[in-house]
Write a protein that binds this ligand. Structure first.
Ligand code: NAD
Length: 411
């Protein structure tokens, strides 16, 4: 069972460590650890109460931006951590956004579609005063999707009595959504993985590279599909019910069919494995695309992958990071590897705000440029400073946020 404990304490420790490398002042550290707005409500659906949150971390670079998740383990500490990571992610990608996140403590699997719609509309009624295209802009995350974003937009516009499609991204295309957004997180991760292969001189080895993927939802499945279509060997995948393994490579489309029919990947042909075993597979790449705190001090020493790509936010704890680094396992960190979703969201927001509609090919090209340039920027900086990719990504992102705070006269 997933235990989400003290993630924000983990972040405080990371900031403390990095602040020493960056020689940050007490004031700068306080700014980084401060939250602009913490909004909490209880949502009522058919007499049942669901704690809900919308948290804005830092908005010095622009309005808050970050997803909304529906999960039984959602809590304030976790949403704060996610909002903090969004500030860094948006900053690193050079976007004009601050960081925010939202969540509802609910098991969406126990609700009917009608109840999920009611919950989503109740969320917007509760938080409409903090949301808006120039204030704070949500998007899909764990167990939320474009249909839910559509209901949320509809509720918001009804309350405000005007159109404002830029108040939310990841919407259906009909409501101003962007085609690129649907699988953008995975596409971004895929580009990063290929760029990484280039710098280590292994880009021609794809059919020999073995990959394991934890999580088979939007992020995990779409990356598995892209890898499979391009000839990489995805040997293991898992979801919340468990995983499967085939050392010759899985047919990802068949696995997807199995998940659609029976709700999980576990009964697809191949050896059944647990999520714990998936994390310990002897693979070249391990992709984490489910939840936070998956690799901890208890299992980090058992990881055999040469490189980990973080599509999930915060799947590796600070202590685990140190063990992986000692074991020479390279981590392509979340704020770099899963930024594709928010980059595509940025395009959607720009289109909504300006009324322009850009051609898909133009957006695809811009998208690739932003992701590749983020990767190269971090890689070059880390090589020069001889630090790991997470530390490098954090430093670059923090510098930009503090630069904005300084020019605002706050430092
Ligand atoms: P999703 O709801 O579409 O899929 C989640 C997947 O994780 C499902 O397959 C589920 O079965 C699996 N899962 C849940 N608990 C698990 C467990 N204990 N062990 C193994 N698998 C488990 O969510 P998503 O949008 O794919 O998001 C996955 C992760 O990626 C989250 O951490 C999210 O914050 C992050 N992320 C997503 C996006 C995006 O655009 N979707 C962007 C950035 C980051």
């Amino acid at each position: 069972m997933w235990v989400n404990k003290m993630t924000f304490d983990d972040i405080k420790k990371r900031v403390e460590k990095i602040s020493k490398l960056m020689h940050l002042s007490e004031k700068e550290i306080n700014i980084l650890l401060k939250f602009k707005k913490i909004a909490k409500r209880e949502l009522d659906v058919n007499g049942k109460k669901y704690p809900a949150f919308r948290i804005l971390h830092n908005d010095s670079l622009g309005p808050g931006k970050g997803g909304i998740r529906y999960h039984p383990d959602v809590n304030e500490d976790e949403v704060k951590s996610q909002a903090f990571w969004m500030s860094l992610k948006n900053s690193l990608a050079g976007l004009p956004f601050g960081g925010a996140k939202g969540g509802v403590r609910v098991n969406p699997k126990e609700l009917s579609k009608r109840e999920i719609e009611e919950l989503s509309r109740a969320y917007v009624r509760a938080f409409q005063y903090v949301l808006g295209q120039d204030k704070d802009i949500p998007a899909p995350d764990l167990y939320t999707n474009s249909e839910i974003m559509g209901w949320m937009l509809d509720e918001f516009e009804k309350i405000k009595g005007r159109h404002e499609p830029g108040m939310i991204t990841g919407k259906p295309i009909e409501l101003g959504g962007c085609k690129l957004r649907e699988d953008a997180t995975s596409k971004g991760g895929f580009i990063i993985l290929k760029e990484f292969l280039k710098v280590i001189g292994r880009e021609k080895e794809k059919s020999r590279l073995k990959i394991g993927i934890q999580g088979f939802g939007n992020a995990g499945f779409n990356l598995a599909r892209m890898l499979h279509q391009e000839g990489f060997k995805v040997v293991g995948v898992s979801d919340s019910k468990g995983g499967i393994f085939n050392e010759n490579g899985l047919n990802i489309f068949e696995v997807k069919k199995e998940k659609e029919i029976n709700g999980s990947v576990v009964n697809h042909s191949g050896t059944k494995i647990t999520n714990k075993e998936l994390l310990e597979l002897d693979v070249d790449f391990l992709v984490l695309a489910a939840l936070e705190n998956q690799i901890t001090k208890d299992n980090a020493d058992k990881v055999k992958a040469e490189c980990i790509l973080e599509l999930a936010n915060g799947p590796i704890t600070l202590e685990a990071d140190e063990i992986l680094y000692k074991n020479k396992i390279i981590v392509l960190p979340d704020i770099l590897a899963n930024a594709g979703g928010v980059v595509a969201s940025y395009f959607e927001w720009v289109q909504n705000k300006t009324g322009n509609i850009f051609e898909d090919c133009h957006l695809e090209k811009r998208f690739e440029d932003i992701i590749i340039s983020s990767f190269r920027k971090v890689h070059k900086f880390c090589n020069e400073k001889e630090i790991n990719m997470r530390t490098g990504a954090y430093i670059i992102a923090i510098k930009r946020i503090l630069g904005a705070e300084k020019t605002r006269g706050n430092i």
